[in-house]
Write a protein that binds this ligand. Structure first.
Ligand SMILES: Nc1ncnc2c1ncn2[C@@H]1O[C@H](COP(=O)(O)OP(=O)(O)O)[C@@H](O)[C@H]1O
Ligand SMILES: [Mg+2]
Length: 317
């Protein structure tokens, strides 16, 4: 057997342009997207609605035909070796497409049959246990809650024991409690060595759970790096100073710091982290002739990176 690849997924110059019913080309949904997902990682593909996330996932799933580019899954080219590529990946689609009259156990058994897995090698009950559906094994799918259906879809994607699990918006429309449970399930699978690629438009979920993050915007990749790398892109932080009395104007001693009034009695300063900006400001404050009541600082988070990278008023494609 060949050794496992360093990259679970390699995407190179992937392009997709859909056609409308009358055959006209629509604006491109994917524009020469390239990135790699390291083996064993927990990787988030982030982007606002319509950014192209599902299109990318559906190309991997064989549901959408790409216009051009190359996709390699576990070392198997999707065009040259589609069967091997599909074997290595389990995909949980965004839509909850389950047969309502099948129980979770039947759903997994049918899927195992589809993959030609002999009865003796099936792990149906083990998988149901892993996603927390063991006690619902024989219930009709239509009686399951939204969160349970989502977990059943994850179970279905796990039937052929793929190296890679891909989840398209796994937590969309799921309540807080179930969301936490879903994340536990996903993290557990990652801890067992499985590579996870997931899409989400919930930023804080990517920030909390994923070490690598790619950001799509209008079909183009605008960032792809470690969570720490993304956060380090933000070199500013905001220092807010509240004074003991309302201000008549910006004190001359502070004018060089270009503050903006953030309230009648307060000023906000954007300073560069780590280059002496904060000490310089603190040294200047006693010279402004006003009593300081409070100081607070705000560290940037991924939301700010995301907003900057996806903001509509930057250049459009
Ligand atoms: N089957 C389709 N036919 C035509 N256009 C589509 C189809 N699926 C998606 N699109 C378009 O492609 C773009 C990307 O959509 P999608 O991949 O669903 O984004 P996301 O999953 O990030 O919300 C959107 O403009 C969407 O309208
Ligand atoms: Mg989508």
């Amino acid at each position: 057997m060949s050794p496992p690849p360093d990259h679970a997924i390699v995407i190179e110059n992937l392009c997709k342009t859909y056609r409308s019913r009358d055959g006209k080309e629509r604006p491109p949904a994917l524009k020469s997207v390239s990135f790699t997902v390291p083996r064993g990682s927990m990787f988030a593909l982030l982007g606002p609605n319509g950014a192209g996330k599902s299109t990318l996932i559906n190309v991997m799933a064989g549901l959408v035909v790409k216009s051009s580019g190359r996709v390699s899954i576990w070392g198997h080219d999707l065009d040259d070796d589609p069967r091997q590529a599909r074997r290595a990946i389990g995909i949980v689609p965004q839509e909850l497409n389950l047969d309502p009259f099948f129980s979770p156990r039947e759903t997994l058994e049918v899927q195992a049959g589809y993959y030609g897995i002999p009865k003796a090698e099936r792990r149906t009950d083990e998988i149901l246990e892993a996603v927390g559906l063991a006690d619902k094994a024989t219930a009709y799918a239509r009686t399951l809650s939204g969160g349970m259906r989502r977990r059943l879809l994850i179970a279905k994607a796990m039937v052929h024991n793929p190296q890679i699990l891909v989840l398209d918006e796994p937590t969309a429309g799921v309540d807080v409690e179930l969301r936490r449970h879903l994340w536990e399930t996903i993290r557990e699978m990652n801890a067992h060595g499985r590579t996870i690629l997931l899409t989400t438009h919930y930023l804080e979920e990517a920030q909390d759970n994923c070490e690598s993050i790619a950001i799509l915007r209008h079909g183009a990749l605008v960032a792809c790096e470690s969570r720490e790398g993304l956060l380090a892109r933000l070199t500013d932080k905001v220092v807010e100073v509240r004074f003991a009395a309302p201000l008549a104007g910006i004190p001359p001693a502070l004018a060089a710091f270009a503050p903006v009034a953030s309230g009648a009695d307060r000023l906000a300063f954007r300073v560069t982290r780590g280059d002496g900006g904060v000490p310089a400001l603190l040294n200047a404050l006693p010279n402004c002739g006003l009593a300081v009541a409070d100081i607070s600082t705000t560290e940037p988070d991924l939301e700010e990176v995301f907003l900057r990278l996806t903001r509509e008023d930057t250049e459009r494609p």
